[in-house]
Design a protein around this ligand. Sequence first.
Ligand SMILES: [Mg+2]
Length: 382
Amino acid sequence: MTETNLELRRVELRAHVLRLPISQPVRTSFGTMHDRPAVLVQARDADGAEGWGEAWCNFPPCGAEHRGRLIDTVLSAHLREREFESPAAAFAHLHEATAVLALQSGEPGPFAQAIAGVDLALWDLVARRNAQPLWRLLGGSDPTVGVYASGINPEHPERVVRARRDDGYRAFKLKIGFGTDIDIPNIERVVEAAGDGATVMVDANQGWSLEQALRMAVVLDRFDLAWIEEPLRADRPWSEWQELQRHSRTPLAAGENVAGARGFEELLASGAVRVVQPDVAKWGGISGCLPVVRRIRAQGATYAPHFLGAGIGLLHSAHLLAATGGGMLEVDSNPNALRSLLCGPLARPGDGRATLTEVEGIGVRPDIPALRELCAASRSSD
Ligand SMILES: [Mg+2]
């Protein structure tokens, strides 16, 4: 067997920022999306090998172009003239080289997201060079992953659940936090529409105080929910999460708004979160998240990757999940061609599971001119 070559030499980066207009805005408690942005990252090694990544960029709505510029004007200079023994070494260098700048600009988040997108592109690049699917390069042996339908809004959630059930989903996550008079009938409708044997979970999107969450935990325990996601703000002390966990039979989930190895260390040390949800495009990429996922698994907690964006980041999330094992992958239910056209086998799960291919890397290479045309055509048809 030939040895895996993870080396990187004089990598050139290029960010491609896309915005797909949508007819129905996506609403959350903290902002509305009037289009679906995506920051796709292209990396090319001196030997010609190429890879693709994606950086998280959903909020605020103007932020995608900024992440793209960080990649093109700041991060690219740190890779262009250098050599690294692996993507993990490049990831460490990018964080170290920009640490002061991220502090000075007050932008640790955008920097972490831009670096995560670059890291994903570098892992795809080395997997393609080694002619292996990324899930196998990362040590996986089973290419199937569980999936669930996410982003189910409070307006007629049962309709979305029925449609996604027909698409092959068997697990569904409902947005709550809109008051018990809306939340509880919605959960009942979703449980009914999901059908026998289905899995249902809820996401409060950091919407409650500890007092509210304690009250809701009693109500939610009536349902057989797989988890309650972000009942509290991600910056509340872990002692509050621990108190809530003691009063909730339903497992608590969090992680999409946690960053850094130390942040996940503290989350795991609290013992309060049983479903842990790092987002590879928001912090860490593969290099940062792989050790975190190993710690999650070693502790007996469940790894359930968070993701809400285009198909490239979703595929990376799926490959990491297939490589490590764990819970289900989040797949957005809202229409977004930048996801559905780019996510390969994840567009059509069968009986709640999707099987990644044997194609090298993440298995998909975006056609940027075609995607730009699609965005322009959608704009002119508005
Ligand atoms: Mg969430």
